[in-house]
Design a protein around this ligand. Structure first.
Ligand SMILES: Cc1cc2nc3c(=O)[nH]c(=O)nc-3n(C[C@H](O)[C@H](O)[C@H](O)COP(=O)(O)O)c2cc1C
Length: 173
């Protein structure tokens, strides 16, 4: 089982559409996966689940979507030049001992030209600190309104090649 995290809680985010596109690609490869939309986290989790506080709903989500799978795909939008704060708060609620050694693939989404390249670098540093391995191919999905077609699929051949290479690298781990 692979978890695909849509790394924002903005309702109807484009990031969620990209996460669902990754889900479709994995299904086409015969791989089972599950999507976690951060909009589904308990609304008060920043105050009820971090620093040793116990929130059973948050624990259940982290157990199912983060601790149990050995591989993750994390799709994050670019907000103010990096990944969203809710994603960092979510990570701060993980037990570091339960994520060490996992593999993660990153994708960035932006309306501007950067495709959240900097945010993916920032996430790479954090994940490496947690001893999580990051696949070195990190598709920057920039100018997303022109990149996704009406079916929510990436329409650019070069970008699709990059995504396929990234998925193949993740699946061989
Ligand atoms: C709080 C916020 C900050 C944003 N900052 C940037 C930015 O720094 N660079 C950029 O290209 N787009 C920025 N955007 C636009 C997003 O890239 C755009 O909404 C895109 O669709 C991905 O975000 P989404 O998954 O929330 O839809 C920002 C959007 C929000 C809501």
């Amino acid at each position: 089982m692979i978890t695909i995290v849509a790394g924002t809680n903005r309702k109807n985010s484009v990031t969620l559409k990209v996460a669902q596109y990754y889900e479709k690609l994995l299904n086409e490869k015969g791989k089972s996966c599950q999507v976690l939309d951060l909009a589904k986290l308990p609304e008060d989790f920043v105050f009820s689940s971090l620093y040793g506080e116990q929130n059973s709903r948050f624990l259940k989500i982290t157990q199912q979507y983060i601790f149990e799978p050995s591989k993750l795909i994390v799709v994050t939008p670019e907000y103010n030049g990096s990944f969203p704060g809710i994603m960092k708060s979510f990570i701060d609620g993980w037990d570091p001992r339960k994520v060490s050694g996992k593999w993660v693939a990153l994708a960035g989404v932006s309306s501007g030209r950067q495709g959240n390249a900097r945010g993916m670098d920032d996430l790479t540093n954090i994940f490496n600190y947690l001893k999580i391995n990051v696949i070195p191919v990190k598709p920057p999905l920039s100018q997303i309104s022109t990149l996704l077609n009406e079916k929510g699929e990436v329409s650019d051949d070069g970008m699709n090649d990059l995504i396929q290479l990234q998925l193949d690298l993740l699946l061989e781990k």
